[in-house]
Design a binder for this molecule. Structure first.
Ligand SMILES: [Zn+2]
Ligand SMILES: [Zn+2]
Length: 534
């Protein structure tokens, strides 16, 4: 295209491609994230970015630093980024994606590819079938077995994809192909291993070609008449099913449910949509979140995002958040909530700024001003109060008593012995000001396992004290997990669905929290901030 025709969408697409290649080349997470964020900003801003770049004003845009500005200038002036073309030749995205899918790091797998003289998935598969894999240096019988099992899809990737990223991938792919998200993220699993999109179409070849050309798909590992398996930069398989209109419901159900759940249904009848399929099976409609072999039986309609009246755990610039009290309040009001609780950290947390009694009093003035502006919407004065090493709360009693909402949090000592941890947390829960226990199990997905807290004991004390348990919506926490939240729901302990947002954008994670509560079988009555009484 003529250089002058580079609109915002085209600029964003090139930057995104560059980010993908940097990622494949092993660039740091923060570099690629900066490019992806800049691409997103350019796509959504009404400002004519190419014009700003030509006038040397690109840095006025949020998130554009000198590095990205230089790439943009090159792109606007020459229509291309030389390093992007070079990277495309060098990193062989198709091999890298396949390598990660098979569990081998980018550098090593490109070496293997070169040793075998292969550059594509088809060539690699042919080499494997011809028994040539062991010609590559360092491939012994063990590695060969692993690679062959991977090609036959007999092993799943060890690390799952976080829910926010998995949802974004299937949602973007579905919207690009005119289909619907499926696979693990449609069940809102905390980690996704299998992603899928189902498209209703009479022209499968066209759909599968468009799928193969998507920038997020670096290699197509398998292709048949009506399905293809692509691989993302992370090596995560994403399957596309091009279903005939008559079988669309059948294929969508098949691509959504867990293997065990599907097996329990027996043979699936042909159906044009999911409602018809369940009717033909003589079953009530099962929400995607409950399509697991061991899912709870719903005791009523599951809680929905629209039921949520307040977000009761958010941060501001007073601690480690990125937005002010007023900005968070205004954004929450725009989401249709009645209230929000500002729960910044207390000093014991140390790694980020914490508020002591004095700071909380000063914050109260800011909250009061914002409330005047946003009424009848209400900003509640809250805290995310640390439990100190000695088990006491990190704020004086009179300050705690004065607040509208007290979240209780353990941030240090997650590896402590179970009995000690449980005593510390349950003693703290007995403080009369405490309303909710934050991220009780302290897990960080793909990074830190759950702590040894005895959840059954915590549930007993929650029933005694009336303290609610949080389903934290941060994608790497989702804590309580669906399995743990189910124990709380079945015991009659109220859940609180919160985002723990550190920015306006973070408020959007409420859907992750609500979906997790749904997987636990929670109705609106089981979720404290979904009731009209908040
Ligand atoms: Zn926390
Ligand atoms: Zn927090």
């Amino acid at each position: 295209m003529p250089v002058s025709d580079l609109d915002n969408a085209a600029l964003a697409e090139r930057l995104e491609a560059f980010a993908g290649l940097l990622d494949l080349a092993g660039s740091g997470y923060y570099t690629t994230r900066a490019y992806r964020r800049a691409a997103e900003m350019i796509r959504t801003t009404p400002a004519p970015v190419a014009e700003l770049v030509r006038e040397g004003r690109a840095r006025e845009l949020r998130g554009i630093g000198p590095g990205i500005e230089a790439r943009l200038r090159e792109l606007v002036e020459t229509g291309t980024i030389a390093e992007l073309d070079e990277l495309e030749r060098e990193v062989e995205p198709e091999l890298v994606g396949l390598g990660r899918f098979l569990g081998i790091g980018p550098k090593r797998f490109v070496e293997i590819g070169r040793a075998l003289g292969v550059r594509t998935v088809a060539e690699f598969r042919a080499a494997a079938e011809a028994g040539r894999l062991r010609e590559a240096p360092g491939i012994g019988p063990e590695t060969e077995r692993k690679l062959l099992a991977g090609l036959a899809r007999e092993r799943r990737p060890q690390r799952g994809l976080l829910l926010n990223r998995a949802r974004a991938l299937v949602e973007d792919t579905a919207s690009a192909l005119g289909g619907e998200p499926a696979g693990d993220p449609r069940r809102w699993r905390d980690l996704s291993h299998e992603l899928a999109v189902v498209v209703r179409t009479e022209e499968p070849a066209l759909v599968l070609d468009r799928f193969a050309a998507l920038p997020s798909i670096v290699a197509v590992v398998e292709r048949e008449e009506r399905r293809a398996l692509g691989v993302t930069v992370e090596g995560i398989p994403l399957e596309v099913v091009a279903a005939t209109p008559e079988r669309y419901g059948t294929e969508l159900v098949r691509a959504t449910g867990s293997a065990e759940w599907l097996a329990s249904l027996g043979e699936l009848p042909e159906a044009e949509d999911e409602e018809a399929l369940f009717a033909r099976l003589g079953l009530p409609f099962v929400p995607p979140e409950l399509r697991e072999a061991d899912a709870p039986s719903p005791r009523g309609p599951l809680v929905e995002l629209a039921d949520i009246r307040a977000d009761l755990h958010v941060h501001t610039t007073w601690s480690d958040g990125k937005a002010s009290v007023l900005e968070m309040g205004r954004a929450a009001r725009e989401l249709g909530y009645d209230a929000i609780a500002i729960c910044d950290h207390t000093p014991n947390v140390r790694v980020v700024p914490g508020l002591d009694a004095d700071a909380l009093r000063r914050q109260a003035e800011e909250v009061a001003e914002a409330n005047t502006e946003l009424a009848p919407f209400r900003i509640l004065r809250g805290t995310e109060c640390d439990i100190r090493a000695d088990g006491t709360l990190d704020l004086p009693d009179d300050v705690l008593a004065d607040l509208d909402w007290v979240q209780l949090s353990l941030h240090a000592g997650q590896r402590q012995r179970g009995d000690e941890l449980t005593k510390k947390v349950t003693d703290a829960m007995r403080h009369p000001a405490v309303r909710c226990l934050s991220h009780p199990k302290g897990r960080i997905l793909n990074h830190r396992p759950p702590n040894a807290l005895d959840l059954e004991r915590v549930i007993e004390v929650a029933l005694e004290t009336g303290v609610a348990l949080e389903v934290n919506g941060l994608p790497d926490r989702l804590d309580l997990s669906a399995e743990d939240a189910r124990l709380a729901v079945e015991a009659g302990v109220p859940l609180v669905c919160s985002t723990d947002a550190h920015s306006v954008r973070g408020l959007g994670n409420m859907r992750l929290s609500v979906a997790t509560a749904r997987r636990a079988g929670a109705t609106a009555a089981d979720v404290l901030n979904a009731r009209s009484s908040v």
